[in-house]
Design a protein around this ligand. Structure first.
Ligand code: CTP
Ligand code: MG
Length: 405
């Protein structure tokens, strides 16, 4: 059959590379959207500061890392010195108070408490949702009236407010630095996020995230698959540790200079050091084996091949910081599911079906949200994607060789 030809016929990745680049361009947010979100952050920050004087809103996630697609959610952390993790009453519960405040302003509001730390999910009002309070939460916990906004909010923008995930800020800046090392990192993340996945239909639609989650349901940590952050780890691992020569240096393995302030070395008891000097990073000196010249299309293909044929999901754990990049679940003690008590006395499941070690909080499995079905579907889609790329990159399958030339 045709099985063996892959070993002899070099693939031509031009078509795939052009396709991937067009997808990336189509899903990248415009300067206008970025400006609109900056402004929204400032308004949200003001509201929070009025409610809890001295509080700050710190952005993180894809807005900071640069991995945002059009219409991406905003991730922020509400920072305040005196957030009480176990509030004595509803009134002193800051997440609940903020929820009420944004309800009054007509936002759609959802307070998640099943997560490791509470998350307040906000969505700006649309023309269809009248800006009137009406939810039970408002009636029970607030005497206040609806706030009349001086200026309408941009419609349909989501913002997640976290209350304690401070390493998220650090890891977003960490990946921002990595994304400045080589443009192919961001391109791969965006492509994989939006279209591994929806190979044919409207891949360049305004909201790539929706397609991923709705059509394929592979980006729903709350429902058994992987967070975007998890996919970022998978791509980083591949570019730092697997592809040869590496596309990215390992910034965590470069020793810190002697005068590095402690704040750059540890946070919450975790080692957070990574090399940040962009001018040195860009000079290429950190890649002793020379620059990787593979096209975007080839890298994407090899990424899918690696995770469908080389990486052993059963026994191995993806890491970024470790030389070589692979550890065994056994080494980490990540072998059987267990229940843990979270910050708010809630319990959550630690699962190890897909093991992705966080680069800083190394006891945290970013893949823990994946159930068995989730892992199977993710692998299935990657398999499918690899097959499609092979097909469109095999010259003989695309156009017959010219006769008589
Ligand atoms: N995060 C984390 N640990 C996790 C999941 C997320 O530290 N297990 C942090 C990361 O800093 C991540 C941020 O939370 O960047 C937001 O996560 P997520 O929304 O999954 O990723 P984004 O990069 O923001 O992607 P998207 O645009 O799809 O929201
Ligand atoms: Mg996000």
């Amino acid at each position: 059959g045709s099985r063996g030809h892959r070993n002899f016929w070099p693939l031509d990745y031009d078509v795939m590379t052009d396709y991937a680049k067009s997808i990336v361009e189509g899903v990248s947010p415009t300067a206008e959207e970025i400006g609109m979100k900056d402004k929204m952050l400032r308004r949200i920050s003001t509201i929070c500061d009025e409610l809890v004087p001295g509080s700050r809103i710190i952005p993180f996630g894809s807005l900071v890392s640069g991995f945002a697609t059009k219409g991406a959610d905003m991730d922020v952390i509400f920072a305040h010195d005196t957030v009480d993790p176990q509030p004595s009453s509803l009134e002193s519960n800051i997440p609940v108070r903020l929820a009420s405040e944004f309800l009054k302003r007509g936002f759609e509001v959802d307070l998640l408490i099943k997560t490791r730390v509470p998350i307040l999910k906000l969505k700006t009002p649309t023309k269809e949702t009248p800006s009137r309070p009406g939810s039970p939460l408002t009636e029970h916990s607030l005497q206040g009236e609806a706030v009349v906004e001086e200026e309408p909010w941009p419609e349909n923008v989501s913002c997640d407010i976290g209350f304690k995930a401070h390493l998220g800020i650090t890891n977003s800046h960490f990946f921002r630095t990595y994304s400045h090392c080589d443009p192919r990192f961001r391109e791969m993340v965006l492509f994989i996020k939006v279209s591994l996945i929806s190979s044919s239909s409207s891949s360049s639609s305004a909201n790539g995230r929706q397609q991923w989650s709705k059509n394929r349901d592979l980006n729903s940590p709350y429902f058994g698959t992987l967070s975007s952050y998890g996919y970022v780890l998978m791509v980083a691992h591949f570019l730092i540790n697997i592809v040869q020569p590496p596309v990215l240096p390992n910034l965590q393995l470069i020793p810190p200079p002697a005068d590095t302030p402690v704040s750059e070395l540890t946070q919450d008891g975790y080692n957070i050091w990574y090399f940040k000097d962009l001018s040195k990073i860009k000079s290429g000196d950190l890649l002793p084996n020379g620059k990787n010249e593979m096209s975007l299309g080839q890298l994407i293909h090899e990424f899918f091949q690696y995770y469908t044929t080389n990486f052993n999901f059963v026994s191995e754990c993806v890491t970024i910081r470790t030389p070589g990049g692979v550890m065994y679940k056994q080494q980490k003690g990540w072998t059987s599911a267990r229940e843990r008590v979270g910050e708010m006395n809630n319990t959550y499941q630690d699962r190890y079906l897909l093991a992705l070690e966080d680069p800083f909080e190394i006891s945290h499995n970013v893949g823990r949200t994946c159930g068995g079905g989730g892992v199977r579907r993710i692998r299935g889609e990657m398999h499918r994607a690899a097959a499609i790329i092979r097909k469109i990159s095999t010259p003989l399958l695309n156009e017959p060789a010219p006769v008589g030339s």
